[in-house]
Design a protein around this ligand. Structure first.
Ligand SMILES: Nc1ncnc2c1ncn2[C@@H]1O[C@H](COP(=O)(O)OP(=O)(O)OP(=O)(O)O)[C@@H](O)[C@H]1O
Length: 617
């Protein structure tokens, strides 16, 4: 399949009014800027489009009789699309260009009951067959909707001109390169310079006739041999590459511009100016190349060089073209992109200096961000390292704690045993005496307590007796005087509560005559005031506090039973059913399955049962 040159109308199909021949292009290289307004630009574009459409229509008319009937030589855009919409002309022409490309063309639409819809489907089949065939031939194609109102008729025109170019190329023997809208021939080199490759319309008519005839002689000499076609093809390929490269470069530059900066003036005038400037520079380069090649060839024809054989001549031309292609390619690369860093340069586009600065600033910021990212990464790595070390330390400490904890439990057990041994040594049964102070109305009376010793002795005096019988000494574990506080009373009992939680039974009760202060000592005068709490409350408070403190080690269950012993009758005070409250027998035994704290809440006028014991297990 032949090589096709990119059909960008902005670059390659400059309308004749605005087209520039050799001299016109030269005049653009003097650095003067030419500006046109949007209106003029639009007008030029419309003219160019109409010219191309007319060219396409004319060719279709030549190729197909049917087209000559329905399609005028200068149709309006609407008429043009309308005439082609049924696909009939296009299919017929394509079958002429490439016989058998579309085997079945719907010539006369069948109008049946379903009417227009059916007709449209048949037309559509023509269009579809045409587009498929064109696509298969790797030619320019378009969408069916481009023939509808609002579609891009330019694409349809491109397709037809492309087909035309292909057809002409085939007709001329299918050698070398081709492009629609203008054939590429070696004869166009000297006459129109390489700029003629841009489009057939751009040939400079003012070229010297004598020069032209000299080149015709040259062509004669070369006999349009296949070698010439090969060189022609090489030149065209090189130029095509350059055009493509330029186009992509421009597009990239433009997109980079518009993406980076929101305020880029995106109007068609600016784009047109940029493209025109690019085309101008490209054309200048091509002219320069063409001139040099022209001079080279002229010199050869005039005999300035020594006579060459045909193959030497071809070799020299080939070398020359290779060399120049490389140079031009470098120029365009420089134009579009900086080599190396892929940074876009704008020295050929004056309006973007500010944007370069912005890009530089952004580049700088990016580098700063990279540096800070690098720093953060290092910090994270450092933190990771430190955490790792700390984790190791913690693991080490945890092991130490495990060891310490196991030895702590051993020590605790030892401590428990020693503690309870101390309690044992203090006495399994301890009897304390508390002297009741005089209450208000008794304040004038004389106390019978004559002496209270530190070792638990108390001396009682009977003032009604004389001599030896008047004084009696009693010994207890400890004697508490009349001004002893509730806390002091409890202090000697407190260690026994811990023993209960260590698995020992403890019984605490008060004994004494009526009004001697049993209730006062065991319960206290005022339950609501903690300072006056008696032994019972304090013992229970410690019991719960201790069991709570040991919660992590031991789970204690605390149960309560409250009984009343009165008149040798035992009653369970927590039984709701009154009939069962009494215990069946008069005798009452305490059986301690579990460590027990027996507290006497109130009077214990004991004649206490022989079996009663509060022995420690
Ligand atoms: N240590 C004390 N200090 C001050 N007041 C006391 C003391 N001991 C007892 N009392 C007072 O003596 C009175 C009798 O005390 P309490 O009721 O405790 O005696 P009791 O032995 O329980 O009597 P009963 O056997 O009749 O129940 C109460 O008013 C009490 O407040």
């Amino acid at each position: 399949m032949p090589h096709e040159i990119s059909p960008n109308p902005m670059l390659f199909n400059t309308p004749s009014k605005n087209s520039r021949g050799l001299k016109g292009l030269n005049s653009l290289t003097n650095g003067t800027e030419e500006f046109i307004d949007d209106r003029e630009l639009a007008q030029r574009k419309a003219e160019a489009a109409a010219a191309r459409r007319n060219q396409a229509a004319e060719w279709l008319r030549q190729m197909d009789h049917g087209a000559a009937e329905v399609l005028p030589s200068e149709p309006s855009e609407e008429h043009f699309c309308l005439s082609l919409r049924n696909g009939l002309i296009l299919c017929n022409v394509l079958n002429k260009v490439n016989p058998g490309a579309i085997p079945k063309v719907v010539e006369i639409p069948i109008i049946d009951t379903e009417g227009a819809a059916q007709t449209a489907i048949q037309y559509f089949e023509n269009m579809r067959n045409f587009l498929v065939a064109v696509g298969r031939m790797k030619l320019l194609t378009f969408e069916v909707s481009d023939l509808e109102k609002g579609g891009s008729s330019g694409k349809v025109v491109d397709c037809i001109l492309c087909l035309k170019g292909y057809y002409e190329w085939r007709e001329s023997g299918g050698v070398g390169v081709w492009k629609y809208g203008g054939t590429v021939r070696i004869s166009s080199f000297p006459k129109g310079s390489p700029s003629s490759l841009i489009g057939s319309e751009s040939a400079d008519e003012s070229v010297d006739e004598s020069e032209s005839s000299q080149f015709e002689e040259l062509l004669e000499y070369l006999h349009l041999s296949s070698e010439v076609s090969l060189q022609e093809s090489k030149v065209s390929n090189a130029l095509t590459f350059l055009f493509d490269h330029l186009g992509i470069g421009l597009l990239q530059t433009y997109l980079t511009e518009t993406n980076e900066l929101d305020d880029f003036p995106m109007n068609s005038m600016v784009i047109d100016i940029v493209l025109r400037k690019a085309v101008k520079d490209l054309s200048a380069l091509l002219i320069s190349q063409g001139n040099q090649l022209g001079i080279f060839l002229k010199n050869m024809l005039k005999g300035n060089c020594k006579p060459l054989l045909k193959h030497e001549f071809l070799r020299d031309i080939s070398n020359y073209i290779d060399q120049r292609s490389g140079l031009v390619s470098n120029e365009f690369s420089k134009f579009c992109r900086c080599s190396g860093k892929g940074k876009v340069v704008y020295h050929d586009i004056g309006y973007s200096v500010d944007k370069i600065n912005i890009l530089d600033v952004q580049q700088k910021q990016l580098e700063e961000l990279k540096a800070s990212f690098h720093m953060t990464k290092l910090e994270v790595q450092q933190a990771h390292l430190t955490w790792g070390q700390q984790l190791k330390k913690i693991a080490h400490h945890t092991k130490d704690l495990e060891v310490a904890s196991s030895s702590y439990h051993k020590v605790l057990e030892e401590n428990r045993q020693l503690y309870n041994q101390v309690q044992d040594l203090k006495g399994a049964i301890r009897v304390y005496c508390r002297v009741k102070p005089f209450v208000h109305e008794q304040s004038d009376e004389e106390s019978t307590v004559e002496y209270i010793g530190e070792n638990g002795n108390i001396m009682i005096v009977n003032r009604h007796k004389q001599g030896k019988d008047a004084r009696k000494m009693f010994t207890f574990n400890k004697v508490f005087g009349g001004n002893t506080t509730q806390q002091q009373i409890y202090e000697d009992t407190q260690p026994l509560i811990r023993s209960v939680l260590d698995g020992f039974n403890v019984c605490i009760f008060a004994y004494g005559q009526t009004g001697s202060g049993k209730t006062y000592t065991m319960s206290g005068p005022d339950m609501t005031t903690e300072d006056t709490w008696g032994v019972n409350y304090r013992a229970l408070r410690d019991l719960f506090e201790l069991s709570e403190a040991r919660m992590d080690v031991i789970n204690y269950e605390v149960g309560v039973q409250i009984i009343e012993i009165y008149n040798e009758q035992v009653r369970d005070l927590l039984v709701i059913d009154g009939s069962n409250r009494k215990y069946p027998s008069n005798s009452f035994f305490f059986f301690f399955d579990h460590p027990c704290l027996l507290l006497c809440l109130d009077n214990l006028h004991i004649r206490y049962p022989k079996q009663f014991s509060a022995q420690r297990s």
